[in-house]
Design a binder for this molecule. Structure first.
Ligand code: HSE
Length: 436
C-alpha cells in the first residue's frame, strides 16, 4: 500500500452516504481505492441516525474542520445549494486542497471563479457527478472527445422529470404521486422546483456547454421551461403523431467560429420522434448526445440520479486526483490542463429569438370552415413551414388543431403565433413545445 490520500466529506446525505459506503468497502475495486482514507465528515446533525456507520471521532458538525484538517488532501462537497457550498469550495482551494463536487448549481454560476482560484492554487476541482449522475460525460468532453469540433450537445439530463414523464406516459399515474415516489427514491432535489421547472437541467446544460465549447456561459440567460405546465393531453396527442415528450436540454453553436462564439442554449419539453435514440431513454435514466466533427454522433446513456450512480462518479474523481498525486509526488504547482479544463475562449448566448428548432403547438378553435386555411396563411406569410397539421376532437364546443412545424427561428414563430391568436376563430394557444 502506498501513502494514503486523506478524504474529507462535506455532507452525508444521499450522495455523501453513497461515497462513504464505497470508501469503507474498497475490496474488489481498483487498488487505489484502498489508498483513500476517509478522515473527516461534516454533517448537519450529529445525533441523527444514518444508514452508513462511521466512527464518531471522524464526524463533526463544523465544515471548516474538514476544510482545514491537515490530513485532508481532497475535499468532497456534496451538501448542495449555493451557500455555504461555494464558500467552502473556495476555502478548500485556498487551503491547497483539490475538490470533488456534485454541485451543479454552484458550478453553473461560479464555475469560472472556482476554476481560476483552483488554477492559481495548483489544485483540481472535478465535477463528474454534477451532470448525468453515474454517466461519464464530463471526462469525455474534457479529454476523450478533445480532438473534435463540437457542434451540438443535447440530452435528457434530469432524472426526476424523466422518471415522472415516463410513469405518466406509461401508467397514467398522477403527477403528484410520481413526484413523491421520486423524492423517496432519492432522485429529486430537496426543492422539487429545481427539477420540475427545468432549473437543474439548465444548470447542467450550462456546464456541458462550457466544456464542449471552451468558455463559460451566462446561466441566467438560458431560456428554461419545465414540465409543470405540460398537460397529459399533449403527451397523448404527441404519441398519436409518433412522438414521445422529453424535457430536453440543448446547446449548439450558432456560427462556424467567432470571438465570443455565439451559442444557443435552451431547456424545454420537446417532442422526440419515437425512432430517435433519445426517445427510448426512460425512467431515471439520462442520455447525452454529442455531435462533433469528425466523430459524428455519440450518445452517453445511464442512470442519471440516485446515491449509487452519483457516488460512482464522485469516487472516480477522487481516484483521478489520487492517481495524479501518486504520479507527481514531490512536484507541485502544475496541473494537467485537460483535467483542470480551464476556459480557452469566450462564449456568448444569442438572443432567444434567434434559436432555430421545430415546434409543436395546440390551438383551441371554433369548428368553422376555413380555420385551418387561415392558420396556415398566418404561418406561411411569416415564413413558417408546416410539417403536419391535424384537427382533433371537433364538436359544437370547438376543435383542437395541432401543428408541427419545420425548423424555424423563434422570432418568426412568435410573430405567427401572435397573428393566429388574433384570429376570431382561435380562442387560445393551449400548448407550445419544442420538437426534434
Ligand atoms: N435531481 C437531479 C435529477 C439529481 O433528478 O436528475 C441528479 O443531479
Amino acid at each position: 500500500m502506498g501513502a494514503r490520500i486523506g478524504v474529507g466529506l462535506l455532507g452525508l446525505g444521499t450522495v455523501g452516504g453513497g461515497v462513504a459506503s464505497i470508501l469503507l468497502c474498497p475490496d474488489e475495486r481498483h487498488p487505489l481505492v484502498h489508498d483513500l482514507n476517509l478522515v473527516s465528515v461534516a454533517v448537519r446533525d450529529l445525533t441523527r441516525s444514518r444508514a452508513v456507520q462511521l466512527p464518531d471521532d471522524i464526524l463533526t458538525s463544523d465544515p471548516a474542520e474538514v476544510v482545514n484538517n491537515p490530513e485532508v488532501d481532497v475535499v468532497v462537497e456534496v451538501i448542495g445549494g449555493l451557500e455555504p457550498a461555494r464558500t467552502l469550495i473556495l476555502q478548500a482551494i485556498h487551503a491547497g486542497k483539490s475538490v470533488v463536487t456534485a454541485n451543479k448549481a454552484v458550478i453553473a454560476r461560479h464555475g469560472q471563479e472556482i476554476a481560476e482560484a483552483a488554477a492559481k492554487a495548483g489544485v483540481y476541482v472535478l465535477i463528474e457527478a454534477a451532470v448525468g449522475g453515474g454517466i461519464p460525460i464530463i471526462e469525455p468532453l474534457k479529454q476523450s472527445l478533445g480532438g473534435n469540433r463540437i457542434n451540438r450537445v443535447s440530452g435528457i439530463i434530469n432524472g426526476t422529470t424523466n422518471y415522472i414523464l415516463t410513469r405518466m406516459a406509461e401508467e397514467g399515474v398522477a403527477y403528484d404521486v410520481v413526484l413523491s415516489d421520486a423524492k423517496e427514491l432519492g432522485y429529486a432535489e430537496a426543492d422539487p422546483a429545481a427539477d420540475v421547472d427545468g432549473l437543474d437541467a439548465a444548470d447542467k446544460i450550462a456546464i456541458l456547454a462550457s466544456l464542449a465549447f471552451g468558455g463559460s456561459v451566462d446561466r441566467s440567460a438560458i431560456p428554461t421551461q419545465g414540465i409543470s405546465q405540460l398537460e397529459g393531453v399533449d403527451v397523448q396527442y404527441a404519441s398519436q403523431l409518433g412522438y414521445g415528450v422529453k424535457l430536453l436540454a440543448v446547446a449548439e453553436r450558432m456560427a462556424e467560429t467567432g470571438e465570443p462564439l455565439p451559442l444557443s442554449l435552451r431547456v424545454q419539453p420537446t417532442l422526440v420522434p419515437k425512432d430517435h435514440p433519445l426517445a427510448g431513454v426512460n425512467g431515471v435514466n439520462n442520455a447525452i448526445l454529442v455531435e462533433g466533427d469528425p466523430i459524428g454522433r455519440v450518445m452517453f446513456y445511464g442512470p442519471g440520479a440516485g446515491a449509487g450512480p452519483t457516488s460512482s462518479a464522485v469516487v472516480a474523481d477522487i481516484l483521478n486526483i489520487a492517481g495524479i498525486r501518486k504520479a507527481s509526488e514531490g512536484a507541485s504547482g502544475q496541473v494537467d490542463p485537460l483535467l483542470a479544463a480551464g476556459s480557452w475562449r469566450q462564449c456568448v448566448l444569442v438572443d432567444a429569438g434567434q434559436i432555430r428548432q421545430r415546434h409543436y403547438v395546440r390551438f383551441n378553435t371554433k369548428d368553422a370552415p376555413g380555420v385551418i386555411g387561415k392558420i396556415g396563411e398566418c404561418f406561411g406569410e411569416r415564413g413558417v413551414s408546416i410539417q403536419s397539421i391535424v384537427q382533433l376532437n371537433a364538436s359544437s364546443a370547438g376543435a383542437e388543431i395541432i401543428v408541427i412545424t419545420h425548423e424555424v427561428r423563434e422570432q418568426q414563430m412568435n410573430d405567427a403565433l401572435r397573428a393566429i391568436q388574433a384570429l376570431s376563430e382561435v380562442s387560445g394557444l393551449a400548448a407550445h413545445h419544442g420538437c426534434l
